[in-house]
Design a binder for this molecule. Structure first.
Ligand code: GLY
Length: 345
């Protein structure tokens, strides 16, 4: 099945197919015949898929970045731009990001900036988080002082979702990616909640990827630059980002978002906007994927205040906070960080 994301700054075709590397290469050959390709990947993904990758992308320039969030920096962009220049890449060529969210963000930012923007950007995400979230919607960038504080909006032309790549993903990362799927279930697509309650062996991962991608596309195509509506995708992220930072990134993004979702439910209930049964249903989904539902030992709600104040989605004094009044529905409420922390206590 093909999903199309159409935005004023570019369109994306999202395909869910096995044999992902070959499918992505065929798409590039058809849409960018005779153009050069630079494949950007990380050392973990390269270790697992090197043979397959170099067989399918035989003539491509391969650029391997050390695995880990620390590599998402401007220095890595400089290395990549330098290598593209040395190899004679021009504006009509193609960059392909093959990896998790760090790689899709880095490759995307390089595509947005190399010679003020290279024509082709295709992504082959390998983590669940990147498949259902990071790769979709054109947010690219690196970390300088804060996470993603230097970047550009640059939607990929093509994203290939191959559920087979999830077979090599560590379980903790798979579960963390599920926090974003649960976010879509809680706010945008109630049918995902049923899909997620199935046994792991019975779960239709292809359908879960497609429904998640479609949920995100429906929002992003109305508000690609996050003027308003796109903030819906921030459900669980206000407290989630704060917990992630306070834990010094020891918690994975999805694990911190899981805790953030619990606080979004608590706040919704205190405001009289969510029935406890809805909160319980969402919590059950998080627990199914062994996601944390309480703050780590030693961390308190009041510790989070300073990070919530720094929330980059804040405008003026208030934060647009997302709640799920019912499974599959969302509402925005405006609150100051002080009010949010008080409600979360
Ligand atoms: N990850 C949230 C967004 O893409 O807007």
């Amino acid at each position: 099945m093909q999903i199309e994301l159409k935005t004023p700054i570019g369109n994306t075709e999202i395909l869910t197919q096995e044999d992902g590397l070959q499918q992505a290469k065929d798409w590039i050959d058809k849409n960018y015949p005779d153009r050069r390709i630079a494949v950007v990947t990380d050392s973990n993904v390269d270790r697992i898929y090197h043979e397959q990758l170099t067989k399918v992308f035989r003539d491509a320039m391969l650029h391997v970045v050390k695995a880990g969030e620390e590599s998402k920096n401007l220095g890595e962009i400089e290395h990549l731009v330098d290598k593209l220049g040395e190899e004679g890449f021009d504006r009509n060529d193609v960059i392909t990001g093959f990896g998790g969210g760090m790689i899709t963000d880095l490759a995307g930012f390089a595509a947005a900036s190399y010679k003020r923007g290279i024509k082709g950007l295709t992504l082959i995400p390998t983590s669940l988080l990147a498949m259902v979230d990071a790769a979709i919607g054109g947010k690219t960038g690196v970390n300088v002082r804060a996470k993603n504080d230097c970047g550009a909006f640059r939607p990929a032309d093509h994203i290939l979702l191959d559920p087979k790549f999830l077979n090599t993903l560590p379980e903790r990362e798979f579960n963390a990616g599920m926090a974003e799927v649960i976010k879509y279930a809680a706010t945008l697509d109630v049918s995902l909640a049923e899909d997620l309650m199935k046994e792991r062996g019975e779960m239709d991962l292809k359908a879960i990827l497609q429904k998640s991608a479609q949920a995100k596309v429906n929002i992003v195509q109305q508000d690609v630059k996050e003027g308003g509506l796109r903030q819906v995708l921030n459900f669980g992220h206000t407290f989630g980002h704060a917990v992630e930072k306070k834990s010094d990134y020891k918690l994975l993004h999805g694990e911190a978002v899981s805790i953030g979702i619990i606080y979004a439910n608590k706040i919704a209930q205190k405001l009289g906007k969510q029935k406890p049964e809805t909160g319980e249903q969402i919590k059950k989904l998080l627990e199914r994927f062994k996601l944390p539902t309480e703050l780590p030992e030693g961390m308190t709600i009041d510790d989070l205040h300073e990070y919530i104040v720094q929330d980059k989605k804040k405008s003026g004094k208030e934060i647009t906070f997302i709640i799920a009044p019912e499974m599959g529905k969302w509402e925005m409420v405006k609150k100051t960080p002080e009010e949010l922390v008080k409600l979360a206590r």
